[in-house]
Write a protein that binds this ligand. Sequence first.
Ligand SMILES: [Ca+2]
Ligand SMILES: [Ca+2]
Ligand SMILES: [Ca+2]
Length: 220
Amino acid sequence: MRTLSLRAPRERRGLSLLELAIAVVISAILFGAAAITVLRADAAFRETEVGAEAQRLCEQTLERVARELMNADRSSLAFAPAPPQPSIGVSYRRAEGWAGGVLQLGPQRRVRFVRDAGEFVDGLDNDGDGLVDEGALILTTDVAAGDDVVLVNGVAEMGAGELANGADDDGDGLVDEPGFFMLWDAASATLTIELTLERLAPRQRRSVRSGQIAVRIRNG
Ligand SMILES: [Ca+2]
Ligand SMILES: [Ca+2]
Ligand SMILES: [Ca+2]
């Protein structure tokens, strides 16, 4: 008589090669997904940082330009182009005190937008710095001597939200306004200055920040 004996299956020891391979692939996928998430979060953080720095620099530059022009003599102001067009440059002389009842004026100074050397208005980044058609804001402390100071780089060709299309895209009443411009209101002797900066952010994105300041010019 045959005796049936039931044996428990042999206890498995460890993972088979196939199981191990599958585990390695799954781990790699999970690690890859986690790494991508971390990299994206890092890029988003750095993009926010770049934007905040551009905003800080924009406000700081506008304040400096406003302080520079505050003491200008009204009668010496010469805008280019002339108002009511938005001007991208202004020359002026600053009041430096009184002598014998006569207002003393300093040398002719100038604030203007100047496109970067090697950059052209063609929708391309000609100088390879990641920004398109950009320029700088230049202060000349003595026009005759040609003493130039760069106030800020990366000034955008167009104002924030504006496209070169003959329309007022951002609804501010101005058509195709540039990244730096001034509006002169002679009646109130008030100069409104607007500045738009561009910075290269991670993943080839551009951070665009803009600001506006108004300054009353009392002298003259
Ligand atoms: Ca460029
Ligand atoms: Ca260009
Ligand atoms: Ca506009």
